[in-house]
Ligand binder design. Structure first.
Ligand SMILES: *[C@@H]1O[C@H](CO)[C@@H](O)[C@H](O)[C@H]1NC(C)=O
Ligand SMILES: [Ca+2]
Ligand SMILES: [Ca+2]
Length: 371
């Protein structure tokens, strides 16, 4: 008991709870900050020796505490200096988005096909698919053109032509080939239309197109794409570095307007070939189309522009049966050809006769990549 009282003189806060309380519970304001091992200060009859031992123990503890305080201060200093070092996360992650898949491919060792984070010139962060392997990789998925309902003539989902009906009131249709509107998401590029900020903000040289059956899941886009091809001549640099600038500043998609047909760029096949493409096109277009190109802004006999002829150059006037995207008005039997896939079903749904393409082509999305 003497020892206990001595301790209470030195460290009152540690002792209150051990005291048989004779008053109200809150008489002793105690918290068990330091636990003194019980045996340290007991077991001696000589009081003064006990006191010495206890004081030594407390000094030891204080020294120990000082050492620990110093260690914590050191750690805090090291942590602060690490924070100041601007530790950069890997390019293409959410913490450090890239400007394009090309930049990531050029920066990150052994970058694989898949999803990456990018940021637009304006600072908008988005996720998209990068093809890091085709012809040395660095391809950014920027858009897809998908026909959700060929019977719906310029209705819901016809974002690459008109969602506001067949009309000459809007000579550019929805205008999405040449504006900053975005829609869709990377994992739904074969379920619906896609347009991300890369479409207008990446400074690119070439395009790659994939024909992918509708409703193909994200990680099968490439293997399911029965036609894959790309340009190699850097043509986009002549037109501002994107399809946005090509259509906006050089070949506007405007009914009965614009500056005439745009360029037909030769392609290199990655999967498929001229013959496979021909076997999928409407039979009647074969005499008017030359496979092995991608052709931009092509007007038909009735002055309706088509944004893209995927895989071919169109030499005749019946463009609407092989080319996609456009404005809001196709005169022939209007609104019969109004929509993202125009007149691909002219001789029946997927019949692959006359002016109708094969069912596979009718029910596939066209995916666009930049590099
Ligand atoms: C795109 O990049 C090229 C080459 O790096 C450069 O010369 C050109 O000015 C850039 N264009 C735009 C629109 O930023
Ligand atoms: Ca439609
Ligand atoms: Ca569509």
């Amino acid at each position: 008991m003497v020892v206990l009282l001595l301790l209470c003189v030195v460290l009152p806060l540690t002792c209150g709870q051990q005291e048989e309380s004779s008053g109200p519970a809150d008489r002793f304001v105690c918290s068990p900050v330091i636990n003194i091992p019980k045996q340290t200060c007991s077991g001696h009859d000589d009081n003064s020796e006990s006191l010495d031992t206890c004081l030594n123990t407390i000094e030891d503890l204080e020294r120990h505490l000082d050492k620990e305080k110093k260690r914590i201060a050191d750690l805090e200093q090291r942590f602060a200096s690490l924070e100041g070092q601007q530790l950069k996360a890997k390019l293409g992650t959410a913490a450090n988005p890239g400007l394009s898949c090309k930049e990531i491919k050029d920066t990150v060792d052994q970058a694989q096909d898949g999803l990456y984070h990018l940021r637009s010139q304006e600072g908008i962060v988005y996720q998209t698919y990068c093809d890091m392997t085709t012809a040395d990789g660095g391809w950014t998925l920027v858009s897809s053109v998908h026909e959700n309902d060929i019977y719906g003539k310029c209705t819901t989902g016809d974002r690459w032509s008109s969602t506001r009906g067949s009309t000459t009131n809007y000579p550019e249709g929805d205008g999405n080939w040449a504006n900053f509107y975005t829609f869709g998401s990377v994992q739904l590029a074969t379920y619906d239309d896609l347009k991300n900020p890369g479409y207008f903000s990446i400074n690119a040289s070439d395009v790659m197109l994939w024909h992918v059956p509708n409703n193909t899941p994200l990680f099968q886009y490439k293997s399911a794409a029965y036609l894959r091809y790309y340009t190699t001549d850097g043509f986009l640099q002549q037109y501002g570095g994107s399809l946005y600038s090509l259509f906006k500043d050089h070949f506007p998609i405007v009914y009965n307007g614009g500056t005439g047909n745009g360029p037909a760029i030769p392609i290199t096949w990655d999967n498929g070939n001229d013959d496979l493409l021909k076997s999928l096109l409407a039979p009647n277009v074969l005499s008017e189309a030359t496979p092995g190109f991608v052709h931009f802004c092509v007007f038909n006999n009735e002055k309706a522009p088509h944004a893209v002829c995927p895989g071919l150059k169109y030499n005749g006037g019946n463009v609407e049966h092989a080319c996609i995207g456009g404005a809001a008005y196709w005169a022939e039997l209007a609104p019969r050809q109004c929509g993202d896939f125009a007149g691909k079903d002219w001789s029946g749904y997927g019949t692959h006769t006359g002016w109708s393409s094969s069912l596979l082509e009718l029910e596939s999305a066209i995916l666009f990549f930049y590099r």
